[in-house]
Design a protein around this ligand. Sequence first.
Ligand SMILES: *[C@@H]1O[C@H](CO)[C@@H](O)[C@H](O)[C@H]1NC(C)=O
Ligand SMILES: *[C@@H]1O[C@H](CO)[C@@H](O)[C@H](O)[C@H]1NC(C)=O
Length: 250
Amino acid sequence: MGSGGRLVLAALMAVALAILHPSAEAASLHGGGLFDSIFAFGDSFTDTGNNPIVFGWYNVFDVVMRPPYGMTSFGGHPTGRNCNGRLIIDFIAQGLGLPLVPPYLSHKGSFQQGANFAVGGATALNSSFFHIGDPPGASPFPLNTSLEVQLGWFEELKPSLCQTDQECKDFFGRSLFFVGEFGINDYHYSFGKKSMQEIRAFVPDLIQTISMGAESDRARGEDSSCPWDDPVRMRAADPRRLRGRRRFGI
Ligand SMILES: *[C@@H]1O[C@H](CO)[C@@H](O)[C@H](O)[C@H]1NC(C)=O
Ligand SMILES: *[C@@H]1O[C@H](CO)[C@@H](O)[C@H](O)[C@H]1NC(C)=O
């Protein structure tokens, strides 16, 4: 772990400070210049606005684009977050003095300070795995937004951020890579469809896929992955949580 461990700790501290001093926005970390950019992968726990685009591709109604989402924050407009207020990734970005991480699929500006590839409802395993044996007209969920697809989008963006190996090493050496949460949806889409035995059987694959995703970030010269377990409790970091609504699992 080494430096990776330290960086995970830094991220945890950012969250902890946000909890302790919600109004100060973890001010003590501001200006630290620890990172120049944040690249994030995951599902609804981390998605800051990709899901409306993906749901649009599949003509699926997106519940988070109507009230109460966004009613009391972000200028009163839904952002695509599966939360009325800010997500952990937002607190971390603010804690590090960086802009909120822009959603890769909808942001029209620069990604020099980071990009968010997370999509609400995303699985760690390939979505095709969950559609095996689907009858005609079955739900399109999980959509094709697995960890592998998100890493593909990152590869697609990379040439616009750095060219040579050295340039990329320097650039991503100052990036925080935030991987997660992943896994909940893999279970969510399986309960009621697969047997407990079948679900247990894919757990090792699931864990390996998430580990490999996190490791492939590290291998790029980044030493800063944050695989999260279920961070539901950390949502307490959002002072507006009591007014917020969140549909669990997507
Ligand atoms: C996911 O699917 C792609 C093809 O669509 C395949 O190349 C890849 O190996 C699959 N990955 C896993 C983890 O099954
Ligand atoms: C999923 O998306 C990836 C990347 O956009 C694409 O290469 C792949 O063909 C898609 N798979 C399916 C089953 O649509």
